[in-house]
Design a protein around this ligand. Structure first.
Ligand SMILES: Nc1ncnc2c1ncn2[C@@H]1O[C@H](COP(=O)(O)OP(=O)(O)OP(=O)(O)O)[C@@H](O)[C@H]1O
Length: 383
């Protein structure tokens, strides 16, 4: 019998253990038109997605978009108002948290303060009926796996935040759940530890082929750890794709701006050749047309998402060199410069945010510049 323990649901005994969270043909998690209402308020609208076993999928979005509610519905800590939730192909919609064979790692770690970390990790196994000795052995193995060999006898208070987070991960994986859930696991760590722990989580997930659903509001973290990202906004999916899809082919202005910074620049799509469209920026200038995927949009005004590092700045007032602009702000950041440059576009002044590697010959506030775009890092965004 396999126990599953979520700090808010207590410890319960489950059905005989199915296979651990390794890859299989069926989706590990499937949502079919799942809705969550709180009274008259709909927090999650008709959500449909599936998560392949052995992958790490992130639910990403701004505060209040419904990602935690979605994660908690996978865990069984919230019940869906309607729709169907499947885990490993089984309909678990009506099952409690204890009956779903999932494990959740919480922001707060939720370790037992009076127990050694070895006992913390072994706890769920012994409660589930495993002999103490075997449970301690399995716990020791998992602690070694997360890099904590030698510290088994310590209390949680004798560990750093990053180490406590690893204990929480060991405690979750020792149960060999079908799906491992992470709720903003790095939010209590400082910037340096965040990077380290996120790399550890990703490596562990890949080496054990774990199925992980991961919630964060931090787009960089999502890009760094995920096989796939489901971006949510207002309780709906705004885009579902690989990190590369989201960055290179954002489905909307919202995604372009949320995944990496983007300048939204008005432009004109004026013809096409195969998949590429001819795009003109700043009609009154000599800037050459860009050849960009037209994404099946009609000719006419379009928005471009221009990444800050795709902006090229040169000291020049010649309009044939690019769009005329003026530096409004400059900051030195060690390995790159950041600028804000005002350009006149589409009859209004647009402020562009640029990042350039040239720290040795920086531009100054007030400099007249010509602004060009490197095609890599520029994409047409659907309205
Ligand atoms: N128990 C509840 N009762 C009423 N409304 C709730 C409840 N739980 C969540 N909500 C609402 O549902 C919406 C989605 O909440 P959720 O916690 O899923 O968002 P989130 O994207 O995880 O945000 P955050 O990053 O701030 O945690 C929010 O508007 C929230 O106020």
């Amino acid at each position: 019998m396999t126990p599953i323990r979520t700090p808010s649901s207590g410890t319960t005994t489950l059905e005989p253990a199915p296979a651990p969270a390794v890859a299989s043909a069926r989706p590990a998690v499937e949502f079919r038109s799942v809705v969550k209402r709180y009274g008259a308020f709909t927090a999650v609208h008709e959500l449909t997605f599936s998560i392949e076993a052995g992958t790490l999928v992130t639910l990403l979005g701004p505060s209040g978009c419904g990602k935690t509610t979605t994660l908690r519905m996978i865990a069984g800590l919230e019940q869906a108002s309607s729709g169907t939730i499947l885990i490993g192909g089984e309909n678990v919609t009506a099952r409690s948290a204890a009956e779903r064979d999932v494990s959740m790692v919480f922001q707060s770690y939720a370790l037992f303060p009076h127990m050694t970390i070895l006992d913390n990790v072994a706890y769920g196994l012994t409660v589930g009926g495993m002999a103490k000795r075997a449970a301690l052995e399995a716990a020791r193995d998992k602690l070694a796996l997360v890099g904590l060999a030698g510290l088994e006898g310590r209390l949680p208070s004798e560990l750093s935040g990053g180490q406590q987070q690893r204990v929480a991960v060991a405690r979750a994986i020792v149960l060999e759940p079908r799906v491992l859930l992470f709720d903003e696991p790095l939010s209590n760590l400082d910037a340096k530890m965040r990077r380290q722990v996120r790399e550890d989580i990703r490596q562990l997930q890949q080496s054990l082929k774990l199925t992980v659903v991961y919630v964060t509001h931090d787009q960089e973290e999502a890009l760094a750890v995920s096989d796939r990202i489901i971006v949510m906004a207002g309780g709906r999916i705004a885009q579902d794709g690989t990190p590369r899809d989201l960055y290179q082919r954002p489905a909307s202005r919202f995604i372009a701006d949320f995944i990496g910074d983007a300048n939204i620049v008005p432009a004109l799509l004026e013809g096409r050749d195969g998949a590429l469209g001819r795009v003109r920026v700043g009609m009154a200038t000599g800037m050459a047309a860009l050849a960009l995927p037209h994404r099946d949009l009609a000719d006419g005004p379009v928005d471009l998402a221009v990444r800050p590092n795709a902006i090229r700045l040169a000291l020049s007032q010649d309009p044939s060199d690019g769009l005329p602009g003026r530096v409004q702000f400059a900051a030195y950041l060690g390995d790159h410069m950041e600028y804000e440059v005002a350009v006149a576009l589409g009859g209004r002044e647009v402020m562009l945010f640029a990042r350039t590697p040239d720290v040795d010959a920086p531009l100054s506030v007030g400099d007249a510049v010509s602004v060009g775009f490197a095609p890599r890092g520029v994409t047409i965004v659907p309205p």
